[in-house]
Design a protein around this ligand. Structure first.
Ligand code: MG
Length: 256
């Protein structure tokens, strides 16, 4: 199922996106999408609604250097264990919403990533059990003020600006993410192209590592790291991240 959060003429709702590409509809969900969703009976054509960020997370946990080629381009070797950091949930935006470049940064980069959405409260999850706590998967852009990330020595400021966590277009709940194509384009030109099979730490290992530290809540989002090819975005450009089997997350870039 493709789970979305949508703005309809009547307000905000979760919805299941159904139908062929180009003629999709949004089947409105009553209340929340966790567990077996119930439906209101209302169905909206996609052109009558707006897709929002597909989930409201209590926190976004991200993995640094989870592809060897990206660690190499950052001038470092991949860490033995996953390196984790937090992005504030106030950084989340949906498809089509502008990424705002703060004037304090000279270099704001895209990082295309596969994102995991957690489906139930959990702690100390073993990798082999991770599928039981996953709601589904979406596409993320781990937008980064690269100059501030490097200047500060830790990443909260460079990764934490409002609009620095685009998510969407929806959550795919039925997906094997072991070997999916992931790519990023800037103004239509390909900048990143890799496969999730090249992740150094698998989704199961990542969930085991993170949930040993903190309780994960329904809707929490885990960004699984970016492959090589990161680079800067200028105001006026459009960035698009695609993960095979999910879809494409597109956002324009503006200056504050
Ligand atoms: Mg990243």
């Amino acid at each position: 199922m493709k789970l979305a959060r949508v703005a309809t003429p009547d307000g905000m709702a979760f919805a299941a996106i159904e139908g062929e590409q180009g003629s999709e509809t949004a089947r409105e969900i009553a209340e929340h999408p966790f567990g077996e969703p119930t439906f209101t009976g209302r169905i909206w054509p996609l052109n009558q609604i707006r897709l929002l960020a597909p989930i409201l997370a209590s926190k976004v946990i991200a993995i640094g250097k989870n592809y060897a080629d990206h660690a190499a381009e950052m001038g470092s070797v991949p860490p033995e264990n996953p390196v984790i950091f937090l992005k504030p949930n106030t950084a989340i935006i949906g498809p089509g919403v502008p990424i705002v470049r703060p004037p304090s940064s000279q270099r704001v980069d895209y990082e295309g990533e596969l994102a995991v959405v957690i489906g139930r409260p959990c702690k100390d999850v073993k990798a082999a059990q991770a599928n039981k706590v996953i709601l589904g998967y979406t596409v993320a852009n781990d937008v980064t003020a690269r100059d501030q990330q490097q200047a500060d020595g830790q990443w909260t400021r460079g990764k934490g600006y409002d609009t620095f966590c685009p998510l969407g277009p929806w959550i795919e709940t039925d997906l094997d993410v072991a070997d999916l194509a992931i790519s990023t384009t800037l103004d239509g030109a390909e900048r990143q192209s890799s496969r999730t099979s090249l992740m150094l730490h698998s989704v199961g290992d990542i969930i085991e590592w993170i949930s040993a530290v903190m309780t994960l809540m329904p809707g929490d989002v885990i960004l699984t790291g970016t492959p090589a090819g990161v680079g800067p975005m200028a105001a006026g450009q459009t960035v698009a991240v695609t993960v095979e089997g999910i879809g494409t997350l597109t956002n324009p870039v503006v200056e504050k």
